[in-house]
Ligand binder design. Structure first.
Ligand SMILES: [Cu+2]
Length: 138
């Protein structure tokens, strides 16, 4: 049982590492070819409800993704939560687009403290990741 969980964790890690690698690769393709579309960093904001999440209580997430001030629609958006200085594994929150460029989901932080939020935006042209931080209270 425990081994299965560990395995899943490693897979999600691998996915994250791959997605982190995609960003510099996209950057390279831009300079190598004039045909490739220009890569503009996505603007990603993560809002939580409550604004300061409580450990072990459900938190709602609203992730807004824009590119050149326009909503990024029909992307596959996932939120990975990882505690900054402790290994709790990675909590994946699947998000659903509820209006153009707005992606919502819910999850629970197991512990108070500083958490890193990795937002992964997967589209036809590739996957981009944006990192942020959220403070979780008791
Ligand atoms: Cu912890």
């Amino acid at each position: 049982m425990r081994e299965v969980k560990q395995m899943r964790l490693q897979i999600s890690r691998a996915v994250l590492i791959l997605s982190l690698l995609t960003v510099p690769l996209l950057g390279c393709s831009r300079s190598d070819s004039s045909v490739a579309p220009a890569v503009v960093p996505l603007a990603v904001s993560v809002q939580t409800d409550p604004a300061v999440p409580h450990a072990e209580q459900q938190t709602s997430f609203l992730v807004e993704v824009t590119e050149r001030d326009k909503p990024v629609v029909q992307a596959e958006v996932s939120l990975y939560l990882e505690m900054r200085e402790m290994d709790h594994g990675e909590h994946v929150i699947r998000l659903v687009e509820t209006s153009p460029g707005q992606y919502r989901g819910a999850g629970t932080f197991p512990m108070s403290g500083t958490w890193v939020t990795h937002v992964r935006v997967k589209r036809e042209q590739g996957t981009e990741s944006v990192n942020g931080e959220v403070t979780v209270s008791d």
